[in-house]
Design a protein around this ligand. Structure first.
Ligand code: BDR
Ligand code: CA
Length: 314
C-alpha cells in the first residue's frame, strides 16, 4: 500500500506536537509539509514551533507560515493559559535550526494539490483560515484534494470556548463556514470524541519510555497542559484532541460516524457552533441544502491508546 500523503495544518500547541510526532512516526503517513496558523499562539510562534518539532524529530520537510488573523473580526486572544507562553507548556526550547519555506501556507497547499492531484489528505488541527484562503486562491481545490479531516467542532456535546462552540471553529468561524460549505469530503473529529478519553500521567510516562526524544518532549510539555485540564478534578488528566484524525487515517476501523448536514454558526451567540442534522432526520430544505459531512461519534478507547503507544515506540 502506498503511504497516505498529508499536509498537516497546525497551531503548535501541545496536543498539536503530540499529533505531529505521531504523523512523523507512523510508517503509513508521508507528511508533505506543515502549514501553520494562529490559534493556540500567534502564527509567527506557531511557525517557529513547527520548525522546532521538525528539528527534534529530524524531519527535513517544508514548514510554512499562514494566516495571522480571523477571516472577520479582531486578532485572536490565543490560548497561552492552556499551552503556556511558548506554546509548549513553558519547558525550555531551542531556537530552530532551519528556515521557513517562504511561501504562504495557503499557496503551499495549492502547489502541493496541483502537484499530486487527488492524492492529498488535508489534516487541519487549528483554526481553518489557511484552508479557506487556499479555496479562495484555487476554487478548483476540492477536485484536487482527496479528502479533508479536521479536529474541531462539537456536534452533540457542549463547546469548550462557549457553551456551543469548540476553539478551532470559534477562532475563525467564517473560515470554517467556507471549509464546511466546499464540495469535498469532510470528516470532523470534534469534542464528541476527543473529550471522551482523558489521558493520565501514566500515559505520557509510557510515551517517554517508548520514545525518549519525542515522547519525553510530550511528557514534559504536557505537565502545564494537565495543570489546566485538571482544575477541579481529582485526577491529573489532559486531552490529546489533535491526534484523532491521524489515528483514523491509519486505522479507520477504530471509529464510528454520524453523517449529517452541517452548518457553522456565525451569529453573536452561536459563533462557531457546528450543528448537525443527521442524514434523513429532517425534510427541511434549510438543512438539506447544507453539505453532508461525517462526524466521528464513537471509537475504541483501548485500541486508540495502543495505537498511540505502539507508534511512538517505532
Ligand atoms: C483544539 O484547540 C486547541 O487548543 C487544541 O490544539 C485543539 O486543536 C481543541 O479545542
Ligand atoms: Ca491545535
Amino acid at each position: 500500500m502506498s503511504k497516505h500523503k498529508i499536509i498537516l495544518d497546525t497551531d503548535p500547541g501541545i496536543d498539536d506536537a503530540m499529533a505531529i510526532f505521531f504523523a512523523f512516526q507512523h510508517p503509513d503517513i508521508d507528511v508533505l509539509g506543515l502549514t501553520t496558523v494562529y490559534g493556540n499562539v500567534p502564527v509567527a510562534m506557531a511557525a517557529q514551533n513547527a520548525l522546532r518539532l521538525c528539528d527534534l524529530a529530524e524531519q527535513d520537510i517544508p514548514v510554512t507560515q499562514g494566516v495571522a488573523m480571523p477571516w472577520v473580526g479582531p486578532e485572536s486572544t490565543y490560548a497561552h493559559f492552556v499551552h503556556g507562553e511558548n506554546g509548549f507548556g513553558d519547558i525550555p526550547v531551542e531556537a530552530p535550526k532551519r528556515e521557513l519555506d517562504p511561501r504562504p501556507a495557503a499557496q503551499f497547499i495549492v502547489d502541493m494539490a496541483r502537484q499530486y492531484p487527488g492524492e492529498i489528505t488535508l489534516v487541519a488541527v487549528g483554526p481553518l483560515g489557511n484552508l479557506a484562503t487556499a479555496l479562495h486562491l484555487e476554487p478548483n481545490l476540492p477536485k484536487l484534494i482527496k479528502q479533508v479531516y479536521i479536529m474541531g467542532g462539537a456536534a452533540f456535546v457542549k463547546g469548550n470556548v462557549t457553551p456551543l462552540a469548540e476553539a478551532n471553529i470559534w477562532n475563525d468561524a467564517h473560515a470554517a463556514a467556507k471549509v464546511f460549505a466546499a464540495d469535498w469530503e469532510l470528516t470532523m473529529f470534534g469534542l464528541d470524541v476527543t473529550y471522551d478519553i482523558p489521558f493520565e500521567p501514566d500515559f505520557v510516562n509510557i510515551l517517554a519510555e517508548a520514545n525518549p526524544t519525542l515522547g519525553s518532549f510530550v511528557r514534559d510539555s504536557s505537565q502545564f497542559y494537565m495543570d489546566f485540564y485538571s482544575q477541579g478534578k481529582d485526577q491529573r488528566v489532559c486531552y490529546f484532541h489533535d491526534v484523532f484524525p491521524l489515528a483514523y487515517l491509519v486505522k479507520p476501523s477504530l471509529f464510528t460516524f454520524t453523517q449529517g448536514h452541517a452548518k457553522v454558526g456565525l451569529g453573536e451567540l452561536d459563533r462557531g457552533q457546528t450543528s448537525l442534522a443527521p442524514r434523513g432526520s429532517t425534510p427541511s430544505p434549510i438543512w438539506l441544502d447544507a453539505p453532508l459531512i461525517n462526524v466521528a461519534t464513537g471509537f475504541d478507547h483501548m485500541s486508540l491508546v495502543e495505537l498511540l503507544i505502539d507508534t511512538y515506540a517505532l
